[in-house]
Design a protein around this ligand. Structure first.
Ligand code: NZQ
Ligand code: ZN
Length: 392
C-alpha cells in the first residue's frame, strides 16, 4: 500500500430536480457573473438551458452564453471562451453538459486566470496557478469530469488531444440529476458505461501498492456498472439504473478507486486519446476498441491482477492455469462490450488507419507520455504501435 492524498472538494447535489438549486449554489460559491457553457444543442432541445436561465434570472444572477462545444472539445472554442470571459468580466463558469463541456469550461477557466497561451499547460510547458471557479449541471454519466481534476482538449493544428489536471479545476459543485440523462442515445449510454469502468480498470491493473479496500470498491463499482448498463440497454428510461451509473461515474474518477496504488496504468486512455484526436471518435467506444489488444499485450506482466479481475469481476471459474483464467477474463470483458454494442477493434469502431496514421498515433502517444508509461507493463513507442496494429 502506497501513501496517498485524497482530495474531492466538489459539493455533490444528487437527485431529481436538483438543477432547481443552481442559482443558490452559484451564489454560495461566489458567482456574480457567469459564463454558461454548453454543447451542440441537447440542452436546448431538452429545455434544460431555458430552465436554468429562468432560475438564474429569478435569483438576479447575470450571465452570458457560449454553446457549440463538440465531443473531443476544441482549443479554438476555448480561446473564444477566454476572450469572452475577459471582455464580460466573468467570475464563474457554469458547465451544462457532459465531459466535453466540463473540460472546455476548465480550459477556459485556466486561460482567464493565467497569462499566456492556455495550450502551454496541455503541452506540459508550464503549470497553471489557478482556474476560474466552475459549477456543473451534468447531463451525461461518463468521464467523471464533474469531480475530477482533469480536462482533455484537442488542438486542431496537428489534431493533438492532451489532458491536463490540477486541483484548481475541480468543480465547486456538481448537480447530478439522473433524469437529465434519460434523453441520451443508447450509444452514448454505452460509451459512458465503458468509460466509467475503464477509469476503474486503469487504476486496478497495476504492479504497485494495491489495497484490499480499494480493490473491493473498484470491483463492486465495475460489477454495478455492468449490471446497470445491461438494464439500460433494454430499459433506457430506468431512473434507478441511471442513478447507479451516474454516481459510479463520479466515484470512478474522483480518485477513490486509486487510493493506495501506484497511480494506475492509463495506457488504454493515452492510446485512445490519439485515436480520438485523429479520428474524432467517441471516447468510450475508442477505449473499448483498444482495450482487448492492450490487455492481451500486457497481461502476462500483471498476471495476478488479471486473474483477480477475471474471478472477482467477470465471474470466471478458478480452474486452469493463471494465464488461462486471465485470458478468460479478457474475453469475458470483450463479450460484455459486444453485448452493449461497443466495438472490440478499430474496424468495428469504424476506422481503418493507414500504417502512417498508426505510426503517427504511436509517436504522438509516446511524446505525450514523455517516452514511456504504464504500470501493468511499461510501454514504449514500439509497444504502442504494436497494440494499435493488433487492434485493427
Ligand atoms: O453536444 P450536445 O448536443 O450536448 O450532445 C452531446 C454529445 O453529442 C450528447 N449529450 C450529452 N448529454 C446528453 C446528450 N444527448 C442527449 N441527452 C443528453 N442528456 O452526448 C454527446 C457526447 O458528449 P460528450 O460530452 O463529448 O461525452 P463525454 O461526457 O463522454 O465526454 C467525452 C470527452 O471527455 C474526455 C474525453 O476524452 C472526451 O473528450 N474525458 C475527460 C475526462 C476528465 N475530464 O476527467 C476523463 C476521461 O477519461 C475523458 O478522457
Ligand atoms: Zn475516460
Amino acid at each position: 500500500m502506497y501513501s496517498f492524498n485524497y482530495y474531492t472538494p466538489t459539493k455533490v447535489v444528487f437527485g431529481k430536480k436538483t438543477e432547481d438549486q443552481v442559482g443558490k449554489l452559484v451564489k454560495q460559491f461566489g458567482g456574480k457573473k457567469l459564463l454558461i457553457h454548453y454543447g451542440g444543442g441537447s440542452v436546448i432541445r431538452s429545455g434544460l438551458l431555458d430552465r436554468i436561465k429562468a432560475i438564474l434570472d429569478a435569483e438576479g444572477i447575470a450571465y452570458v452564453l457560449l454553446g457549440g462545444v463538440v465531443p473531443n472539445p476544441r482549443l479554438s472554442l476555448v480561446y473564444e471562451g477566454i476572450e469572452l470571459c475577459k471582455r464580460e468580466n466573468i467570475d464563474f463558469i457554469l458547465a451544462v453538459g457532459g465531459g466535453s463541456v466540463i473540460d472546455s469550461a476548465k480550459a477556459i477557466g485556466y486561460g482567464v486566470t493565467n497569462e499566456g497561451d492556455v495550450w502551454d499547460f496541455y503541452d506540459y510547458k508550464r503549470k497553471a496557478t489557478g482556474c476560474l471557479p466552475i459549477g456543473v449541471v451534468l447531463t451525461l454519466s461518463a468521464t467523471g469530469s464533474e469531480m475530477s481534476s482533469s480536462s482533455v482538449i484537442t488542438k486542431e493544428e496537428g489534431w493533438i488531444k492532451r489532458g491536463y489536471g490540477t486541483d484548481y479545476a475541480r468543480p465547486k459543485f456538481a448537480i447530478m440529476n439522473p433524469e437529465l440523462t434519460l434523453t441520451l442515445p443508447d450509444y452514448q449510454t454505452a460509451c459512458g458505461c465503458t468509460d466509467i469502468m475503464m477509469h476503474t480498470m486503469e487504476r486496478y491493473f497495476t504492479n504497485g501498492g494495491n489495497m484490499e479496500i480499494t480493490d473491493s470498491i473498484a470491483e463492486g463499482l465495475i460489477r454495478t456498472v455492468m449490471h446497470n448498463a445491461r438494464i439500460l440497454m433494454k430499459d433506457p428510461l430506468n431512473y434507478e439504473a441511471r442513478a447507479e451509473v451516474m454516481w459510479a461515474g463520479s466515484l470512478a474518477h474522483n480518485g477513490l478507486t486509486g487510493c493506495g496504488s501506484d497511480g494506475g496504468d492509463w495506457m488504454p486512455h493515452k492510446i485512445e486519446h490519439e485515436i480520438g484526436g485523429l479520428f474524432d471518435v467517441a471516447h468510450g467506444a475508442g477505449l473499448a476498441a483498444v482495450w482487448g489488444s492492450w490487455a492481451r499485450y500486457v497481461y502476462k506482466d500483471c498476471l495476478l491482477r488479471f486473474k483477480q479481475f477475471a474471478i472477482r469481476i467477470m465471474g470466471v471459474n478458478d480452474t486452469g492455469s493463471d494465464e488461462e483464467i486471465a485470458m478468460k477474463g479478457i474475453e469475458a470483458m470483450e463479450a460484455f462490450y459486444r453485448e452493449i454494442k461497443m466495438p472490440t477493434n478499430l474496424k468495428e469502431l469504424g476506422i481503418e488507419p493507414t500504417e502512417e496514421e498508426l505510426a503517427d498515433m504511436a509517436h504522438k502517444c509516446a511524446v505525450g507520455v514523455g517516452g514511456a508509461k504504464g504500470s501493468a507493463k511499461v510501454l514504449y513507442e514500439e509497444d504502442m504501435l504494436e497494440i494499435l496494429k493488433n487492434a485493427r
